[in-house]
Design a protein around this ligand. Structure first.
Ligand SMILES: N[C@@H](CCC[C@H](N)C(=O)O)C(=O)O
Length: 257
């Protein structure tokens, strides 16, 4: 059967988008999702996202990594899905939708999509890294030689090693540029490679840097391989609330496969 699809990207984190409001997509066909995301034999993307109807909210987000498995929250994917929903006429410039980690508010302002992320209550600080969940699990550690560092090999070793093992974690390498700016490169679980950007990853980095007192700012600039993102938040009794991920989300092309 022919499949109509749309392609979007947010700072180079790219997604196949499917309008599944009629429930026509076979959601349990892991091989088919992996095929659609394959850069040589399929369309090519870091992940695939279904836009579905919701009884209460504007729509529902269902996210798959490029390995074909449904996974936890995707921040850039959520921002792209908001742009897709606007382009389909499902929403105008503001929305509330449901994803696997709960309800998200979002707004489109010009070229930017702002997505509210989950509150973060638990931040595990270790000597050489931080672990936190921003909708997806993230390991955060400093890397001075970030431009030349072998993200794929080093990231995979951490992702598959203890304590993460099979479940795994996304792995973010960070260099501090100034008080409010950090460069980030991310190895993504489920893509099993570096991606050009990871939304839940930069959110984790911004919060980890603040929690480790590397910054006192609550608006943080994150430079990633595919562009620039911003994360803002408030801290209330050690809980990070009102967390927003802000950046561009763009339509690339549409087609049938
Ligand atoms: N690219 C994403 C993260 C997607 C989920 C991740 N690969 C996982 O399985 O944990 C983002 O922008 O947040």
């Amino acid at each position: 059967m022919k499949q109509e699809f749309y392609k979007y990207q947010g700072t180079g984190n790219d997604f196949v988008m499917i309008d599944n409001r009629q429930q026509t997509f076979d959601k349990n066909n892991t091989k088919h999702v992996a095929f659609l995301c394959d850069r040589r034999f399929g369309i090519g993307a870091d992940g695939l996202i279904l836009l579905e109807n919701h009884d209460v909210y504007d729509f529902k987000m269902v996210y798959y990594n490029s390995d074909g498995n449904e996974s936890t929250m995707c921040g850039n994917g959520g921002r792209c899905l908001v742009a897709f929903a606007r382009d389909l006429g499902v929403i105008t410039n503001e929305t509330v939708f449901e994803a696997i980690d709960g309800v998200h508010h979002a707004a489109i302002e010009g070229d930017l999509v702002k997505l509210q992320m989950v509150d973060v209550k638990t931040i595990e600080k270790y000597d050489h890294h931080t672990f936190l969940d921003t909708g997806s699990p993230h390991h955060v550690q400093f890397e001075e030689h970030i431009d030349t560092f072998d993200i794929k090999t080093k990231g995979a070793k951490i992702r598959y090693g203890a304590p993460y093992n099979e479940t795994g974690s996304n792995v973010n390498f960070v260099k501090k540029i100034s008080d409010d700016t950090f460069t980030v490169r991310t190895y993504e679980r489920g893509v099993e490679n570096e991606t050009l950007s990871c939304g839940t990853g930069v959110t984790a980095v911004a919060i980890a840097m603040h929690a480790r007192k590397e910054t006192n700012n609550n608006v943080i600039n994150l430079n990633v391989q595919g562009g620039d993102l911003k994360v803002s938040f408030e801290v209330d009794n050690g809980i990070y609330k009102n967390v927003w991920l802000i950046g561009p989300a763009k339509f690339v092309y549409q087609g049938t496969i």
